[in-house]
Design a protein around this ligand. Structure first.
Ligand code: ATP
Ligand code: MG
Length: 426
């Protein structure tokens, strides 16, 4: 197999051995979202390129260099639109919110999503080109309680998965009232320290000065650390909002750390921004990131709609989960036929039992001891044996693979015997 095809760089197969962990995480998320009344939304994996350019901003890494953009097919060249694989899902959710007039429904709309996202990045641990996010968006209220609620949903989720020790970092990036003046102050400061900044930061000074605060280059740190902070430049409205968010978090005992250097890469954030970070992930240590984006819905052509949300990287989350978080496969019984004439009987019995909601599979055949080995390997709870003499009498044997007890049951009584045993937890 020298010329076999492999998965593209930066993508990963999730194989059956690992799928149980993904399902476990997704099931926990669904349960929690139900408790908080978040409803699921599924939007397309590709959208108009224009949506991301307007919704994320031209001066971001995502739009600047990470998008998978292609032209749609059409015989008519004027109809060939530019499309992009979604690099994140807030823009898509907001597009759907506007397109389907969800704003006319009771507000706030509390939505969640999960699915693959695509970014052209250098693959490394915790960084892929196709990765998966889980996310929430609360649209239609600027009340600080929703900023707090989305953070608490995230910390509850992580705690239920057995990961309570992650750190919530919190900041406010201001709003239209105070950020423009701060942006100018910061830009003037950075311009006067260009010599001590990396090339990237020199570009960002002109295009997106707040992003300089996010720079990880060691040489830039003295300038970054001494930079004027947004915190000392917030307007009263933003200050009050931040205090309210912190009050709600404190009310439910969610610990947080103020980080006045925390900014988000996306232009549309206002007021609250936060990240949930782990000390166990190396360079890619942000598991969950989000904030308030009061300007985005209007920016994309909808009615003025304040909103808040987050996105969580599932690959990074799974890196933190121990392998034993995997639930068992849950096979109730493996059906074993000892001879050819029993095969159709076994096939039909399996079909009947599955119809009763039991998890059933057919053994591969061959010698009985090999079939028992297979049952063990699959973690089956019972073996149902269709032997020649037994079938002649209309009975089968059911063996409990935990206690090793075996009993004889009429063929038409297998259903009740297994259902009773499963229900009784035996
Ligand atoms: P980073 O600083 O790690 O590049 P980001 O600011 O680009 O993150 P967001 O756009 O906020 O990330 O996405 C939310 C979350 O999605 C991240 O915190 C991370 O857990 C995950 N994520 C982002 N990009 C990738 C990627 N290329 N591969 C895997 N997970 C990712
Ligand atoms: Mg990134």
């Amino acid at each position: 197999m020298s010329n076999h095809v492999t998965a593209p760089k930066g993508t990963k197969d999730i194989l059956p051995a690992d799928a149980g962990r993904w399902q476990h995480v997704e099931a926990m998320a669904r349960e929690l979202f139900k408790a908080y009344r978040y409803q699921e939304i599924r939007t397309p994996v590709f959208e108009s390129t224009d949506l991301f350019q307007r919704g994320i901003g031209e001066n971001t890494d995502i739009v600047g260099k990470e998008m998978y953009t292609f032209e749609s097919k059409s015989d008519d060249p004027t109809k060939r639109l530019s499309l992009t694989l979604r690099p994140e899902n807030t823009a898509g959710v907001v597009r759907a919110y506007i397109q389907h007039k969800l704003f006319a429904q009771p507000l706030p709309q509390k939505l969640w999503y999960t699915g693959p996202m695509f970014r052209y990045e250098r693959p490394q641990a915790g960084r892929q080109r196709q990765f998966h996010q889980l996310g929430v968006e609360v649209l239609g209220s600027d009340d600080a309680r929703w900023d707090a609620e989305v953070i608490v949903v995230a910390t509850d989720f992580l705690a239920r998965l057995g990961l309570p020790a992650l750190e919530v970092q919190l900041n406010s990036v201001g709003d239209d009232a105070c950020r423009p003046a701060y942006r100018d102050t910061l830009q003037a400061y950075l311009r006067s320290h260009q010599d001590a900044l990396c090339e990237n930061c020199r570009t960002r000074t002109e295009k997106n000065p707040l992003r300089v605060l996010d720079c990880k280059v060691p040489a830039c740190q003295p300038v970054v650390q001494a930079a004027p902070t947004i915190t000392e430049n917030l307007c009263d409205g933003c200050r009050g909002h931040q205090a309210a968010v912190e009050g709600y978090l404190t009310a439910v005992g969610v610990a947080f750390k103020r980080n006045d250097r925390l900014v988000r890469g996306l232009d549309y954030y206002t007021r609250t921004v936060f990240e949930i970070v782990s000390g166990d992930l190396g360079a890619q240590n942000t598991v969950c990131a989000g904030g308030r984006y009061n300007g985005l819905v209007e920016e994309l052509g909808g009615p003025s709609t304040p909103a808040v949300g987050w996105g969580l990287g599932l690959e990074r989350l799974l890196m933190l989960l121990p392998a034993d978080a995997t639930p068992a496969t849950g096979l109730t019984a493996l059906i074993m036929a000892t001879h050819g004439a029993a095969e159709p009987v076994a096939f039909r019995l399996a079909h009947d039992l599955r119809g009763q909601g039991l998890a059933i599979d057919l053994a591969n055949g061959g010698k009985l001891d090999k079939q028992f080995k297979q049952a063990e390997r699959l973690g089956a709870r019972y073996a149902v044996i269709l032997g020649e003499d037994e079938l002649a009498k209309g009975v089968v044997s059911i063996k409990d693979l935990t206690t090793r007890e075996q009993r004889s049951v009429p063929l038409d009584g297998v259903k009740d015997a297994l259902k009773g045993a499963v229900a009784g937890g035996k």
